[in-house]
Write a protein that binds this ligand. Structure first.
Ligand code: CO
Length: 213
């Protein structure tokens, strides 16, 4: 038997505890989950370990379809994200898509700097583009942390808009209700702020992005 690092072994022990406590509450818990999933929500959040989608929303297994990447971006050439969105919208028929950013985001801070970091610079370029678009507003804020907080919010708004620009979402709007939301989570408070950037139809996006459907 290979000697396992204790911080790693902790995970297996934690899993046994999880499985047992769920079964104690409801002996049928896993049996019910194994029948299939029908989540109402798609969560697009940051990969940051401090923003676990289920935990911060007190939701259970089966309630939320989740996609996470650095700084919760919706990039229209990202096959991974598009596959997730398409499956969530067309097959699972989620009712809500939530883009959730968070204050204190390392991706946002890195995008505000000029260091050459590597591969991730290409990813962070999407945030730099958001910064550039709102440069006047952002540079009126002298405090770096406050400016980062504002960019975090503007980034979420932009990513929700990016969702609205996809054919997947616009096609769904033709036949049913689908609500897009932008949220920001506060790591230091544990609280979510709803930015009230709800999109229910393509009226809110520029005409050039609207498909003839
Ligand atoms: Co982050």
């Amino acid at each position: 038997m290979i000697d396992m690092d204790s911080s790693y072994k902790r995970l297996i022990d934690g899993n046994r505890h999880f499985s047992m406590s769920k079964k104690l509450d409801d002996p049928e818990y896993f049996k019910k989950l194994s029948l299939g999933q029908k989540p109402d929500y798609l969560w697009i959040g940051c990969s940051d370990s401090r923003v676990p989608a289920n935990e911060v929303t007190s939701t259970e297994s089966g309630e939320m379809f989740v996609h996470r990447n650095i700084a919760n971006l919706v990039v229209h050439t990202d096959l991974n994200l598009l596959s997730v969105v398409e499956y969530a919208v067309n097959v699972l028929e989620v009712k809500h898509i939530i883009v959730c950013g968070h204050y204190g985001c390392g991706g946002i801070r890195a995008a505000m700097g000029n260091d050459l970091l590597g591969f991730v610079d290409n990813w962070l370029r999407n945030i730099k583009d958001v910064y550039f678009k709102h440069q006047t507003e952002l540079e009126r804020i002298s405090d770096f942390e406050k400016r980062a907080d504002r960019l975090t919010e503007l980034n979420v708004v932009e990513q929700v808009r990016n969702l609205a620009k996809t054919g997947i979402v616009q096609k769904a709007w033709k036949t049913r209700q689908l609500h897009l939301h932008g949220w920001v989570y506060g790591i230091n408070s544990g609280l979510i702020t709803d930015l009230s950037v709800i999109h229910d139809g393509n009226e809110d996006i520029d005409a050039i992005y609207r498909f003839n459907l």
